[in-house]
Ligand binder design. Sequence first.
Ligand code: ADP
Ligand code: MG
Length: 702
Amino acid sequence: MIYPHTPITHIEGVTANRATLLASELGIKTCADLVSFFPFRYIDRTQFYTIKELEINQSEVQIVGKITHVKTVKQQRGSRLVATFSDATGTIELVWFKGMQWLKDSLKINEPYVVYGKTNHYKGRFSIPHPEMELVKNYKKKVQSAMQPVYPSTEMLNNKGISQKIMRTLLYNTLRQLNPQLQETLPASFLSTAAMLPKKTALYQVHFPETQALLAKASYRLKFEEFFYIQLQLLQQKQLRKSKLKGYPFAKVGGYFNSFYEESLPFELTGAQMRVLKEIRKDVSANTHMNRLLQGDVGSGKTIVALLSILLALDNGYQAAFMAPTEILAAQHYTALTTLLKETDINIALLTGSVPAKKRREIHAALEDGSLHILIGTHALLEDKVQFQNLGLAIIDEQHRFGVAQRSKLWKKNTLPPHILVMTATPIPRTLAMSVYGDLDISVIDELPPGRKDIQTVHRYDSNRLAVFQFLKSEIAKGRQVYVVYPLIKESETMDYKDLMDGYESIVREFPPDGPQKYQISIVHGKMKPADKAYEMARFVKGETQIMVATTVIEVGVNVPNASVMVIESAERFGLSQLHQLRGRVGRGADQSFCVLLTSVKLSSDAKTRLQTMVETSDGFKIAEVDLKLRGPGNIMGTQQSGVLQLKIADVVHDGDILQKARTMAIALLEEDPLLEKPENQVVLKAFIAIQKRTGLWSKIS
Ligand code: ADP
Ligand code: MG
């Protein structure tokens, strides 16, 4: 008897050699592995070509014709067998380099054959090396699905003779032998209400589809199932975390929160900000631990949400930490919060690498005796010397700059882990968030504060540089400030620094300090000392300089409302999300803002798509979707190690709707039957346990 866990050596046609190869090359060991090794495309074997119709660079073709002549051609090394093959419209050659003697004896002259293979084109003639051959009279008798599966393969498999034809045979045999033991893995109600194919049918049809329509239904069913069980795992993980992990309850909304909310809030919160705040309050008010990711486009107003959450912590007698990836950003948060809280008795300090030792010791002491309420800073916050009296909430801005290890240090800063709010302006596409962060709580600010003007974005070639400079002059004349950003992909690349310095010099030439306008220019880059950086930045913030020449150090968070023009040099070298982040530095004030993307004329098609997307939209989520399509899910920030993305048939980029449906149905199922105890859900429980055993995904995620 053959079961899913039976080794493939029990399948007809799987020799020990083949089994070893399939295991080492494709990781296929059991029958279950083999039947869930899916074709990546299909060839339509209902379609025939005439020789006249053949085109150069065509993929596989199928032709009916007759062999008129066979000869052996001697060549320098070995020889080859060449058959002349004709139909009514023309003649091609069929060529073999192996098995010639046997072929020579068995090939039938002047009998109709179906030949199938990939064409070569050389000196005006087509040939097919090693074609698949079948006499027409046998072709009709053979079990042949109209759409023939093509399986992923490797060079090694090809060289060792495990051809597509053999893969098809092995799959066919496995499905046939396994058939009595193939169990349904979804509840009956799913199949009836969602009109899904039964598992057996789906597996057959995905490997040997009878029609296009059945193939579509089969692959839908299998993709759904794949997503469904991943979602079930993630959701269970979340349930588990919520029931096990305790947090400090912020039971009351007190004086700090209320008086700030009523008297000092400088604007009305947007609907999205209010919704997110409610979500956070719900998390922290109970005895459970908050681990929430807050996504919101640049300028969507995350800071105020962070502040209000901090006030909740303070109202309940806890301290709060606010960590940013750079000194500039930390300093900006510090300034913003001290300004907003100036009417209160709340103590705030800034801790970064450049804080002198004496001041540092004061901060440490005030943290430990509880007189310091809010600590803002960089990585410096994580040092062991930084001990809080009672840390209740940690906010992490731009999470992708911090590693997991660093985050876990924050967890250990109090007896129970403080509540964690991670904020990011790099939107994660919905589908990706569902699969990678499916066990986290996610909040989204999907609404910008009122009155924001869209940033006018244009793409210009380097040759238009003079016109761009002219435009900058006219904007500066109106009192605005300008960023000019250079790519600096790696801090170490001296070439990039040379570009930056050359650019800086040409701008100084174009905008002379001793001319009638008396232009002032700042420059900031990663190789400068922190104090020099801060000094230049401060000059720009105060409006003493009109142009800020910089590298991507200004990418995150910097807020200068009067800066309304962003020029990005060599824009084709930036990734889409980085371009979007950079552009977010402008459009922060009342003036119409602009973003100019300067590039050379030679652009790859991906670069063109990136630039066009930037020109067309400023919606961070749309941009993230395009980015995902261009780069694939494995390259998006923070998802690299995720086992959740190692999918067999589904694909987060193209199957977002199926994923959404699977998640919704998994949520509904767990709500009704959290422990999968009902008789009708035993099929789910069984499949779930089997998957966990097989993949070990469970332990990988946690
Ligand atoms: P980000 O989400 O990029 O961190 P910020 O919190 O820096 O955004 O907010 C961007 C700007 O919008 C700030 O100047 C802030 O004061 C302002 N802002 C935030 N929320 C609102 C609101 N509801 N109405 C008006 N302005 C707001
Ligand atoms: Mg911010």
